[in-house]
Write a protein that binds this ligand. Structure first.
Ligand SMILES: NC(=O)c1ccc[n+]([C@@H]2O[C@H](COP(=O)([O-])OP(=O)(O)OC[C@H]3O[C@@H](n4cnc5c(N)ncnc54)[C@H](O)[C@@H]3O)[C@@H](O)[C@H]2O)c1
Length: 198
């Protein structure tokens, strides 16, 4: 695939990278020269994905339960140990939680969707952003949904989780646009701390 984006030797962590959009994002990163690090809870599919993507470049994997802060922190440290840094983060993993009217959704299902789609991206940012700050470089892409902007009927849990993720993205983007964040972490400013969040 022709590419104009040079990500040579950048280290990209993609959550939910074992299948779907995360898998496609990993392939795209590899085509652009990045090292792709797939995080997923599905160990079997993770191994298959690694074998499939390996011809495109360097692929490593971690079995991670993204709603568990201990698991996420351990994975972030493992990547830092293996590759020296994390340059790019794609917070992609998400679940729908099924479709039903708000008053028909089980509270446990509602909580689970918020946990996976909102709390988990927070936990991943919490573990990864300090490493980006220390290294003076970082790019974060959070995969939301139009449901988070519009509020889809029969998906209040999913819509609320994605609206929350959009809010998290905006807050984090503003925090990281502040050069003081970078200076405090690394004791020196990167040339241009342009932190893209979507
Ligand atoms: N597919 C769509 O049409 C669509 C549309 C809008 C937004 N999105 C968003 O795009 C993202 C990816 O969607 P997809 O359809 O490719 O998903 P998918 O179901 O195909 O893949 C999600 C991956 O995330 C992993 N995962 C889920 N929960 C996890 C957890 N707690 N810990 C670790 N791994 C976990 C799964 O094992 C799976 O491999 C989601 O955030 C989704 O909300 C998808």
């Amino acid at each position: 695939m022709a590419t104009q984006i040079d990500l040579k030797d950048r280290v990209a962590v993609i959550t939910g990278g074992a299948r779907g959009i995360g898998y496609a994002a990993a392939a795209r990163m590899l085509h652009s020269g990045a090292v792709a690090v797939l995080w997923d809870m599905d160990a079997a599919r993770l191994a298959e994905a690694k074998a499939e993507l390996a011809p495109l470049g360097t692929v490593t994997t971690d079995v991670v339960e993204l709603t568990d802060e201990v698991s996420v922190a351990a994975a972030a440290n493992a990547v830092a140990g293996r590759h020296g840094r994390i340059d790019i983060l794609v917070n992609n993993a998400g679940i729908t939680g099924g479709n039903a009217k708000t008053w028909e959704l089980e509270p446990a299902v509602w909580r689970k969707v918020i946990d996976v789609n909102l709390i988990a991206p927070f936990l991943v940012c919490h573990a990864v952003v300090p490493k980006m700050l220390t290294n003076g470089y970082g790019r974060i892409i959070n995969i939301a949904s139009v449901a988070g902007k519009e509020g889809n009927p029969n998906a209040s849990h999913y819509s609320a989780s994605k609206a929350g993720l959009i809010g998290l993205t905006k807050s984090l983007g503003k925090e990281l646009r502040n050069p003081t964040s970078w200076r405090t972490a690394s004791r020196q400013l990167p040339p241009k701390p342009t932190f893209f969040t979507r």
